[in-house]
Design a binder for this molecule. Sequence first.
Ligand code: ZN
Length: 118
Amino acid sequence: MDAKFIAERKKDLEKRREELLRELNVDAEQVGDNNYDAKFVDFGDKDDENAAEVATFEKNLSLEKTLEVSLFNVNKAIEKIEQGKYGLCERCGQPISLERLEAFPSATSCMSCKQKSL
Ligand SMILES: [Zn+2]
């Protein structure tokens, strides 16, 4: 694979990582390396306030999970670039198409494996 192409994907991934970290810090707090917990916001002690707290927490929780998984994949892709293994499908070992990597720099499987897993 072209070194320039990989350098560009790395830049994309690093930018994406910064965005994810920024989003995570809004709705969650860091509790360890690559580990975040959704924030629990205290609105008050009335029933409707408690209900709103739970709703907000559940929203933050699902958002936090999604962001955490994305961050995990982005970090993994950056690691692969550093190990010189970027762009290979984790399932079949074949190279992932450049168009796919351009659209999803953190893709870990090729299009045909991805479709099989759906
Ligand atoms: Zn594959």
